[in-house]
Write a protein of this length. Structure first.
Length: 251
């Protein structure tokens, strides 16, 4: 049996302070290579904390987090992290943002150009490659952020509510765009969201966490055929599974 690419064993995390906050406790999770896994749960249940531990920005106060069998002790190029807040560089064009990570890794100009050409095409911004972030819509900016992370070809994408601040129509378009990108690149994705429908539409598996301190409450395999489309959201199997997920998050 293939070992998981990401693994949390007995993980707990406590934020220090006058009144310490226990964010996670006794959490065990395995994410397989190439899997798209969505994390659902109430505010404060430790979803972002867990994501930050897998990214290498936090170390658990209990237990162990691993990547490809090795204990995670810091950030690395194999993991790409996308925040909910905007993080692309406002002084750089779309193309310059996409090439930034490759430039930092020492890639030559031809390789940077080829990678950014492909990503600009994939995210549908061919007419905006020389545009600065202030001239882009919020949705365009968010896809540039996702594509910038993909440019360095990480094996893992860690996405922290990347579409949470967008309107429903823009959010649906970006879900389609992310789904297409995933189907073409097949990266391992850990996706944090509060939206059950978004999780169902994008993921292979959904993990629901309890109230703080977060533990795994329920898991759902999303065996809905790909590629998924607008009609997918109204299929009987999608609606039935959405009901089960909502019941788990509400209980």
């Amino acid at each position: 049996m293939t070992a998981p690419l990401l693994e949390a064993q007995g993980v707990g995390y406590t934020y220090p302070g006058t009144t310490p906050t226990r964010a996670l406790e006794g959490l065990n999770l395995a994410v397989n290579d190439g899997e798209f896994l969505a994390l659902l749960g109430p505010v404060g249940c430790g979803k972002t904390t867990l994501l930050r531990m897998f990214a290498g920005f936090l170390r658990p106060t209990q237990g162990t987090v691993r990547c490809a069998g090795a204990t995670i002790d810091g950030p690395g190029w194999q993991k790409g992290y996308v925040l909910q807040e905007e993080s692309i560089f406002p002084w750089m064009t779309v193309r310059e943002n996409l090439e930034f990570g490759l430039l930092a890794k020492g890639a030559d100009p031809a390789a940077r150009r080829a990678a950014s050409d492909e990503l600009i095409r994939l995210i549908g911004l061919s007419a905006f490659e020389g545009t600065y972030p202030k001239e882009l819509s919020a949705g365009m900016s968010k896809m540039v952020e996702v594509a910038r992370v993909l440019a360095t070809d990480p094996s893992i994408l860690l996405l922290d509510e990347p579409f949470g601040a967008l309107d429903s129509q823009t959010r649906a378009r970006l879900q389609d765009a992310l789904s297409r990108l995933w189907e073409q690149r097949r990266k391992t994705v850990l996706f944090v969201t509060h939206d059950a429908e978004e999780a169902l539409y994008l993921a292979d598996r959904i993990v629901v966490l309890t109230q703080r301190p977060g533990r795994i409450k329920a898991q759902f395999a999303v065996q809905i055929p790909r590629p998924r489309s607008f009609e997918t959201r109204f299929s009987p199997e999608f609606v039935a599974l959405k009901r089960q997920v909502l019941e788990a998050t509400a209980a």
